[in-house]
Ligand binder design. Structure first.
Ligand code: CDP
Length: 215
């Protein structure tokens, strides 16, 4: 039977780790929509396009051929035939991604791709910012992961071996851009279940969500 789980939340809320584990546990696939925005951003930067020119950004987004991995054990991404797993996590892409994701034509294009992928898989865990509200409003379960900004910065800086203060400032910068953009700002869907992961281990969060799924 078809099962779609939406996992939304800000950076460092544990979305990726929780979503990948969930996908393995339900023997389903995993879709990282943030990685799609990051891969398009990589292509935009490669093309040397002006980040203040939405039409130019949209043109590149539509021309970019994305290969989107959905295996929770190894979700590899390529753009125009180049593997981008490393560069999409780099500072250049992280700095530019909110601007690219704010372009309506980019969102329209990627949301359509996401919906096609969801339609093609019986069991899928979809991670992002607007999954419950826009991409999969009919999802079987909608989870919104949160954590204190200090906890989120601690997790993300450990992953990136970066300075905690600088990471916290960068997360605050992106949260603000993502939540105040005109198209689909990051917000909690009315019917999403909010799970605060501050001080809670990943295993516990996964067990909690699996429980919700089975109830
Ligand atoms: O995990 P982290 O917050 O670092 O980022 P991500 O999930 O990889 O998403 C990167 C960026 O893509 C976010 O800051 C948003 O600007 C954008 N994004 C979006 O607009 N909509 C989504 N469904 C997913 C990501």
């Amino acid at each position: 039977e078809k099962c779609v789980v939406a996992v939304d939340g800000p950076s460092g809320s544990g979305k990726s780790t929780v979503s990948r584990r969930l996908a393995k546990r339900v023997d389903g696939v995993y879709l990282d929509t943030g990685a799609m925005y990051r891969a398009v951003t990589w292509a935009v930067l490669q093309a040397g396009v002006d980040l203040s020119d939405p039409d130019a950004i949209a043109k590149i987004a539509l021309e970019t051929e994305l290969s989107i991995g959905t295996d929770p054990a190894a979700p590899h991404f390529a753009a125009n035939g180049t593997n981008v797993d490393e560069p999409i996590r780099g500072v250049e892409v992280t700095q530019a991604v909110s601007a690219v994701a704010a372009v309506p034509a980019v969102r329209k294009h990627l949301v359509a791709l996401q919906q096609a992928i969801i339609a093609g898989h019986p069991r899928i865990i979809v991670e992002g910012r607007d999954i419950a509200s826009v991409v999969a409003p009919d999802a079987d379960l909608k989870v919104y992961l949160t954590a204190s900004s200090a906890a989120r910065a601690a997790r993300r800086s450990a992953e990136d071996s970066a300075d905690v203060k600088a990471t916290e400032a960068d997360l605050a910068r992106r949260d603000k851009l993502d939540s105040t953009r005109k198209t689909d700002p990051l917000k909690l869907a009315d019917d999403a279940i909010e799970v605060d992961t501050t001080g809670i281990g990943i295993d516990e969060v996964v067990a909690y969500v699996l429980n919700l799924l089975n109830s």
